[in-house]
Design a protein around this ligand. Structure first.
Ligand code: ATP
Length: 363
């Protein structure tokens, strides 16, 4: 098993997976690949199929149908969970409360018959990696939430699986601890060079940690790409909204230009914009112009210039670093940010946005 894993550059290949729970289609022809050493995040709202996908990979769930399921080049579709070269870290930790930290981490090696000396060395190494070597004799009940999560991580990595599956591992931690653990996990991933498949519903967590993100919706892959692609180049209204685009304005496609550029009309005004789904747009059809609040800049004059939308400022909310400014426009309500406190809000008669920051998606 380990030999096959070292030979393939693709650590996970899951093709055309379908899984149903009675009438519920949890996975609707999903395909996922992960390269060796990659940190891949499966992102999506509750019920989108993330956990089911992880359970299919680990062997806890047998899919209704499967095109291919390979770990490190080895076909595992018919292998039981225990024989797959992967380990899962759960949100609930799933630790043995009556055992010490050390015993918890050693457990997987013990049942694999690893000799005592090697066991001790590998447990020490794993506890060092998660900075828990000084607490190895403690019982699980004597640890904080963050420490328990580290024990769960040490227990998972000590068996050196080819693939580490992480099911919302930081979900039970408070915000500050979650933030610190995000950094620790990224560092651990770099040190180990292992392939991580991480699931979360938090776009911020996905953007911070991943090499690549797979956004799921209703059991399907909505978009896959690098964090920057998901953040700046959504393929659909759902992807734009999920990734936090505050402004989704109705528009009409006027012209499709070369290189993913597109000219749209928003409330009668002409915008030059960009798109990654040009084939899904047709000239004369309705679409959506997505713009992030921080990419709109207030403009003093409501001229006929391109990429400029007249507006009337309404509420403003002081956020410390910036002011969250709301406005009314002929295209609907707008949200943008003003970073310079010295500006007087009454002066703004319009907002403008660069072509690169105006993204068109189908309606
Ligand atoms: N054991 C089950 N029996 C019936 N339906 C299930 C079962 N497990 C999951 N489902 C359904 O399958 C769909 C996908 O669920 P899944 O747990 O994979 O989603 P998820 O994205 O991981 O959600 P969450 O973030 O809430 O964990 C949902 O509609 C869910 O209600």
């Amino acid at each position: 098993m380990a030999k096959a894993a070292t030979q393939s550059a693709t650590m996970l290949e899951a093709r055309d997976i379908v899984h149903r729970y009675g009438p519920v289609v949890a996975l609707d022809h999903v395909s996922i690949t992960a390269a060796r050493g990659e940190f891949l995040t499966i992102l999506g709202e509750s019920g989108s199929g993330k956990t089911t996908m992880l359970r299919v990979i680990s062997g806890l769930e047998r899919p209704h149908s499967v095109g291919a399921l390979l770990i490190g080049g080895e076909d595992v579709a018919n292998l039981p969970a225990a024989q797959r070269n992967c380990t899962t870290v759960f949100q609930s930790y799933a630790l043995f409360p009556h055992m010490s930290v050390e015993e918890n981490v050693a457990y997987g090696l013990k049942i694999r018959g690893v000799p005592m000396d090697e066991r001790r060395r590998r447990v020490d190494e794993a506890l060092n990696l998660v900075r828990l070597h000084q607490k190895s004799a403690r019982r699980i009940g004597q640890l904080s939430g963050g420490e328990r999560q580290r024990v769960a991580l040490a227990r998972a990595i000590v068996t050196r699986p080819a693939l580490l599956l992480l099911d919302e591992p930081l979900g039970a931690l408070d915000e500050r601890l979650r933030y610190d653990m995000q950094t620790e996990l990224v560092e651990l991933h770099k040190t180990l060079g292992m392939t991580f498949i991480y699931i979360t519903h938090s776009q911020e967590e996905a953007l911070t940690m991943s090499d690549r993100i797979l956004l799921m919706r209703h059991g399907r892959v909505e978009q896959a790409g690098r964090p920057e692609e998901l953040f700046d180049r959504p393929v659909s209204r759902f992807a734009a909204s999920f990734m936090g685009f505050e402004n989704l304005l109705p528009c009409r496609v006027e012209h499709k230009l070369a290189g993913g550029r597109v000219v749209v009309r928003v409330a009668g005004r002409v915008f030059h914009a960009t798109t990654v789904v040009q084939d899904a747009l047709s000239e004369g059809s309705d679409a959506v112009l997505a713009v992030r609040a921080e990419r709109f800049a207030p403009a003093d004059v409501a001229s006929d210039a391109l990429n400029l939308l007249p507006c009337r400022p309404t509420e403003r909310f002081y956020r410390g670093k910036y002011v969250d400014q709301r406005a009314e426009s002929d295209a609907g309500p707008l949200r943008f940010r003003v970073w310079d406190k010295a500006n007087s809000f009454a002066d703004f008669a319009a907002v403008r946005c660069s072509e690169a920051d105006c993204v068109v998606v189908p309606q």
